[in-house]
Structure formats: C-alpha cells, structure tokens
Design a protein around this ligand. Structure first.
Ligand SMILES: Nc1ncnc2c1ncn2[C@@H]1O[C@H](COP(=O)(O)OP(=O)(O)O)[C@@H](O)[C@H]1O
Ligand SMILES: [Mg+2]
Length: 304
C-alpha cells in the first residue's frame, strides 16, 4: 500500500484535478484498488468522482471524514472500522476502458472546520496516522486530496501529511506558483521532523497547466527543472499535465462519463502517463529516505 498526499500549500494548483485523474487511471488502467480521501471542505474531487447526489447521500448517511474523526476523538482507544465510513463508487461497464470501482472518504462542507479546530498539535495530530493507516492495507493506493493551508497549524493538512508515505506536489509553471514551493516544503519538513522516519518523502513535482508557448514557462521553469536534475530538490515528473479544456472538463460533476476516454478526452494520454510515472516512482522511492531540501537552494533559484 502506498499513501500519496497530493499537496501544495497554494490553492488552484491542480491538487484536486490531479487526484481525480490519477485515481481513475490507477483504478481502471492499472487495475489497482484505490481509496481517495478528500480532506478539502470544497469536496472537488468527491464531486467529480461521485457526483453531487451520491455525495449528499453519503453525508446524510454519516459516511464522512467528519464522522470518522468524531469517532476517533470520542473513544480513548478507538477501534475504527473504515468500511463504516467509506463510500464505494460502482464501476461503469462499457466497451473500451471502463471506469473502475473506487472507494472514497468524503468531507462534509463547513463541518470540516470543526474537525480542524478540534484537533490540537501534540494531542490529536496522529489520529489519522495511528488509527486509520493500519486499517487501509487492502488498498494498493490511498490518495489524499489536501486543502490549501495558510498557517503551519493547519491540522487537517498536518494529519493528512503525517499519514502519507509520499507527497506529490502539483505546481503551475508560473513564477507565482514556483514562489510558493518553499512554503509548501516548510510544512512537509515540519511533519518529517515529527515523524522522524524520513516520511513523507516528496516523490516529485508535477508541472500542471503547462503551456510551452508561454514566456514564463521557458524562462522560469527550465532553470528550476535543471537544479532538480542535479538532485538538490526532488525531481520533476517527466510527464507534464498541459493546460487543456479536457482537464478542466474532467472534474465536471455533471458529466456522466463511463470510460476513461470519455472523461479525459484529449488529456487521456497525459493523465495515463502521469499515473504510471507516479506508480513507478513510488516503487523506486519505497525504501529511500527523503533528503530535506537545502534551504539555500530556494535562494539560489530566486524563489521566496
Ligand atoms: N491542466 C489543467 N488545464 C486546465 N484547467 C485546469 C488544469 N488543472 C487545473 N485546472 C483548473 O484550475 C482550477 C483549480 O484546479 P484544482 O484542481 O481545483 O486546484 P486545487 O485543488 O489545487 O485548488 C480548476 O478550475 C481546474 O479545472
Ligand atoms: Mg482542491
């Protein structure tokens, strides 16, 4: 089992879009058993994968992250049965590459803020990690769609990152996005210090919404990728996720796509390759301890 957090402390970098794409391809194209834990109150990936109606049904049946966190909090020695909270999406059979069945743990709107505020550093920071992680071994991949965070005390992010083996960081290929990377690392480094076992390890950056005609792409992204190739910062994925209406449409909650081709259209090959690259990277990094990123690297790159 690999637990991969899709994280960037900035919003709008593509965390949810990437989570949805990777989940669908690992499940349908690679035949993996996938659980998506959506920790963002906005529920973007839950809506995209389940649809609004099924999401609301899950909430009314109290199958949510909020209820799971409440149960963990209430009992001193929690014995949690994740199945009680997981929602299964049935696979959709059609000719071609059908969508596979997926498991989801969904958020619950504003009540996610209660989860956030009821957790405290040092007391509940290992709740998900300690009690949930050992129960998820039936899954090949657990993908965590994290929210953006402003402070280093964002407990939902802390919880998600502390149970993750790996972090995949989607980043748009603009100056403003690359400037956010040092801050993204500050929370990851903090969790790594607390965990003390080199986890989570950054499996790589994924350039999202790339447009090679763009001046910023040519002048800014290239030097950063070159430094990454020297091994000073984690690698960039070889495959990009281009800016494309097909990716934008892939998370449309009203779309009843039955196949990967229908859901991803012209983005199909890009999403397939990135999911495959993640799979290979997870295997490769499995036993490798992560190196903290050297602080002066960010300065060298002119990033904040
Ligand atoms: N590769 C892409 N091409 C086109 N639009 C994209 C792409 N990636 C993300 N978007 C759009 O950008 C917005 C933010 O993406 P999202 O995945 O919700 O980011 P995050 O989860 O990091 O906040 C969404 O409207 C999404 O449809
Ligand atoms: Mg999101």
């Amino acid at each position: 089992m690999h637990i991969v957090a899709i994280y960037n402390n900035k919003g709008g970098e593509g965390k949810s879009t990437v989570t949805v794409g990777i989940a669908e391809f690992l499940a349908a194209n690679r035949n993996k058993k996938v659980l998506v834990i959506d920790l963002d109150a906005q529920a973007s990936s839950s809506c995209a994968l389940l649809g609004r109606v099924a999401l609301n049904t899950a909430i009314s049946e109290r199958r949510t992250v909020v209820e799971l966190a409440a149960q963990l909090r209430q009992s001193r020695k929690p014995s949690i049965d994740p199945e009680q909270f997981i929602v299964w999406r049935a696979g959709k059979d059609a000719r071609g590459s059908a969508l596979e069945s997926l498991a989801l743990l969904v958020p619950e709107g504003d009540r996610m803020y209660d989860v956030e505020t009821s957790m405290q550093w040092g007391r509940h920071n290992d709740l998900f990690l300690k009690h949930l992680k050992p129960k998820l071994t039936e899954f090949d991949y657990v993908l965590l769609d994290l929210p953006a965070n402003v402070t280093k005390s964002a407990m939902i992010c802390i919880n998600g990152l502390s149970m993750a083996d790996f972090v995949l960081i989607p980043t748009r290929s603009t100056h403003i996005s690359l400037n956010g990377l040092p801050r993204t690392f500050s929370l990851i480094d903090q969790i790594r210090d607390v965990n003390g076992n080199g986890r989570p390890s950054v499996v790589g950056f994924l350039l999202n919404a790339t447009d090679k005609r763009n001046q910023q792409y040519r002048s800014i992204v290239k030097p950063v990728v070159e430094v990454a190739m020297d091994g000073d910062i984690p690698a960039f994925f070889k495959n990009h996720w281009p800016s494309s209406p097909a990716f934008e449409a892939s998370t449309d909650e009203d779309r009843d796509a039955r196949t990967l081709k229908e859901r991803f259209g012209t983005a199909y090959e890009h999403a397939r390759k990135v999911a495959r690259e993640l799979e290979v990277a997870c295997e490769k990094y499995e036993h490798k301890q992560a190196q903290p990123v050297k602080l002066n690297i960010w300065q060298k790159l002119g990033l904040a």
